[in-house]
Design a protein around this ligand. Structure first.
Ligand SMILES: [Zn+2]
Ligand SMILES: [Zn+2]
Length: 297
């Protein structure tokens, strides 16, 4: 048996199984905590970086990418600044809604099994993410924030954190408020966040992962997300949901890898500057040059 041919078929399952087993071990029967989410984010990240070296997929390597330091800078900026501040604002927003609507916080089926709560919570989160992501590809002022994520000719693990702090602030200002208003327990939200980290990292990684054709309709595979990072606009405007392909299938934006070959990644004309601070300033400068009501060309 040739291991190099077999391993890509089990790599996704191996990473997921190992990371969920480690999470359950850390929980030791108690509810998951933000600390465990943080530890598992680091473990998943470093584990995939190591596996990318042992079982590389495409011609990409974070150690040879001159944008890797910037990618890390953006990841640290949104993780320690954008997300916490926006989440605090989102909880304040939820409190404001609860003050004016007595039904807030009582809509979630809290007395069902944990797994039966996590699955619909992932679908709700993914639906919001689909809507925001599609809006970012449609309206120019939102696209200028999102362009940074697409501004790369290669995909490896660090690209899952190449997100403008403004994009993440908008996401975390809106989504937690909806989940809290529905009454989703914090523990369920942490399991949703864990799925988003694990699947997001695997989708951007250069780890060789292969799936039977039908599996692309079920799992958010790396091949689906490579199509989203294609240079051609008609491919770019598809496969929006990083958490499940379900919403793309439902709303007609699903593109199957077998019928949509990708040759080049990134953006035409290199609109995003190479410097870290210039990248942070890019959407604001574009906004100053144009108007807030612009549609994306
Ligand atoms: Zn996108
Ligand atoms: Zn991406």
């Amino acid at each position: 048996m040739r291991w190099r041919e077999v391993l890509p078929w089990i790599s996704w399952w191996f990473v997921m199984a190992a990371c969920y087993a480690a999470t359950l071990t850390l929980c030791a029967g108690a509810p998951i905590t933000p600390g465990i989410l943080f530890q598992m984010t680091l473990a998943n990240t470093f584990g995939i970086v190591a596996l990318e070296q042992l079982l590389p997929g495409r011609n990409a390597n974070l150690f040879r990418d001159r944008q890797s330091l910037n990618d890390m800078g953006h990841g640290v900026t949104f993780a320690f600044l954008g997300r916490p501040l926006a989440t605090a604002g989102s909880f304040a927003l939820a409190a404001l809604i609860a003050r004016h609507w007595s039904g807030a916080g009582n809509l979630w089926p809290t007395n069902t099994a944990l797994l039966a709560q996590v699955a619909p919570a992932i679908l709700v989160w993914a639906l919001m993410d689909y809507a925001l992501h599609r809006a970012m590809h449609t309206f120019a002022p939102l696209w200028w924030f999102h362009a940074l994520h697409h501004d790369t000719p290669q995909l490896h693990l660090l690209k899952s954190g190449r997100l403008h702090v403004g994009e993440e602030a908008l996401r975390y200002l809106c989504f937690p408020a909806v989940m809290v208003t529905l009454g989703t327990p914090p523990e369920v939200m942490l399991w949703v966040a864990l799925w988003a980290v694990f699947s997001g990292n695997l989708q951007h990684s250069n780890l060789d992962q292969r799936f039977p054709d039908w599996m692309h309709y079920v799992l958010p595979t790396v091949q689906l997300h490579v199509i989203h990072h294609a240079r051609e606009r008609h491919l770019q405007d598809s496969n929006y949901s990083g958490n499940t392909p379900l919403w793309d299938i439902a709303f007609g934006t699903f593109r199957h890898p077998a019928r949509n070959p990708v040759t080049r990644l990134g953006l035409e004309g290199a609109p995003v500057p190479p410097g870290f601070l210039a990248q942070l300033a890019y959407p604001f400068r574009a906004l100053a040059r144009s108007g807030a009501g612009d549609a994306r060309q």
